[in-house]
Design a protein around this ligand. Structure first.
Ligand SMILES: Cc1ncc(COP(=O)(O)O)c(C=O)c1O
Length: 395
């Protein structure tokens, strides 16, 4: 089937929830993907910060094949060996206490919201059920996580929304302090806002949030669904800042493309859940956790992280060297970078695609670069060259 045939059939049978580009990607290897008409692209969005080891990674394939030959699925009413092993790895790397597995970022955040409420409920402080979240954040599409998301456009038409979320300004401590009441249970944020435009938090801001949480006896929740799993040059983005959370959520990169999400919590916070409080049929499934084990082992190796940091600096420098008076700023951490323009970038992204470079926006004026973490300098040079060419054509 050609791109056009797949698109036509899709328009007939698939629900109309995405603004899709008119191509169907059918094959991938490393940092490159190929569409149904045989055209090759350099993939600098990697399934939107998901394919951290690129496409068709041999070790991930082997892990999946081996697990598939042994056991696909059993219920969480039994112990699942690869799940237990992945929990151990994540707990040790994070410095937290326990892991819960699910299937997506929204579910991981939903679990964090539920754990927060149950934690205080069990402490006979059920009034503590309000979470301070941030404008321009993104936490998912379930009713609770879309409410936690500080962007009206995602909430419109879905009323009534759940209660218990109040919105502060990102990197503005005063706006957080103003929202603290006796009902505050937690502060929840992305260390680097992704969908909201690639905005890294100030270190001082995160340190102060930790201090406020300690002072008030409330929980600090980091949503690392996009900025976690090595993306910023440390396994968890909060490690780049030296600020520890009580709860952290993961998904996207955790399976390198295999759907899996997780919530990690300190032993204290995790004590909020008892058997029966929360569950997921597929969460921590043998296939997903078998893949996750190899991915986490690979990405958490010190050399791999060091390389990601260097590649991130190199890409940032290369983008900074581009001379174009429509560029307002290049910002980000590690291999989570954004180029902000003084105009809408939709057409620029389309030109890049036509020229063989896949990118994605983060809001209307920011082009986001979230490539596989194992790209190389040559691929970065190629991407930057295509981006420069596209800028020349973009009016
Ligand atoms: C920071 C953040 N949290 C949560 C989500 C939701 O993840 P999912 O689409 O897997 O539900 C996303 C997705 O983009 C995200 O970037």
């Amino acid at each position: 089937m050609t791109n056009k045939e797949i698109m036509n059939k899709g328009q007939e049978y698939v629900m109309n929830t995405y603004n899709r580009f008119p191509i169907a990607l059918v094959k991938g290897k490393g940092s490159y993907v190929c569409d149904a008409d045989g055209k090759e692209y350099l993939d600098f969005l990697g399934g939107i910060a998901v394919c951290v080891l690129g496409h068709s990674d041999e070790a991930l394939q082997a892990a999946l094949r081996e697990q598939a030959a042994n056991l696909w699925h059993v219920s969480n009413i039994y112990w699942i060996k690869p799940q237990v092993e992945l929990a151990e790895k994540l707990v040790k790397i994070s410095g937290l206490g326990k892991a819960f597995f699910c299937n997506s970022g929204a579910e991981a955040n939903e679990a964090a919201i539920k754990l927060t409420r149950k934690y205080f409920y069990r402490k006979q402080e059920a009034n503590k059920n309000e979470i301070i979240v941030f404008k321009e954040s993104f936490h998912g599409r379930t009713l609770a996580t879309v409410t936690a998301t500080g962007q009206r456009k995602y909430q419109e038409g879905f009323a009534p929304l759940p209660e218990g979320f109040v919105y502060a300004d990102y990197n503005d401590l005063g706006s957080v302090e103003k929202l603290i009441t006796e009902n505050t249970a937690a502060i929840m944020l992305e260390a680097v806002q992704g969908e909201g435009g690639v905005h890294p938090a100030d270190r001082k801001f995160l340190l102060e949030l930790r201090r406020i949480c300690n002072r008030e006896g409330i929980l600090l929740i980091f949503d690392e669904v996009q900025c976690g799993i090595g993306r910023t040059g440390t396994f968890f983005a909060y490690q780049s800042y030296g600020v520890n959370p009580d709860i952290v959520t993961l998904a996207k990169g955790l399976g390198g493309g295999f759907p899996i999400g997780a919530m990690l919590a300190t032993d204290e916070a995790a004590s909020g859940f008892a058997p029966g409080d929360h569950a997921s049929t597929f969460g921590g499934n043998p296939l997903g956790t078998a893949v996750g084990n190899i991915l986490v082992k690979t990405v958490s190796a010190p050399q791999f992280m060091e390389n990601t940091k260097k590649l991130g600096e190199y890409l940032q420098e290369s983008l900074n060297k581009i001379v174009d008076n429509r560029i307002i700023e290049v910002r980000g951490l590690g291999l989570m970078l954004g180029v902000e323009f003084n105009a809408e970038i939709k057409e620029l992204v389309q030109i890049c695609m036509q020229k063989g470079l896949l990118l994605i926006g983060a809001g209307p004026r920011v082009v986001r670069f979230v490539p596989p973490l194992n790209i190389n300098q040559k691929e970065i040079n190629q991407a930057v060259a295509i981006f420069k060419e596209a800028l020349q054509e973009w009016e």
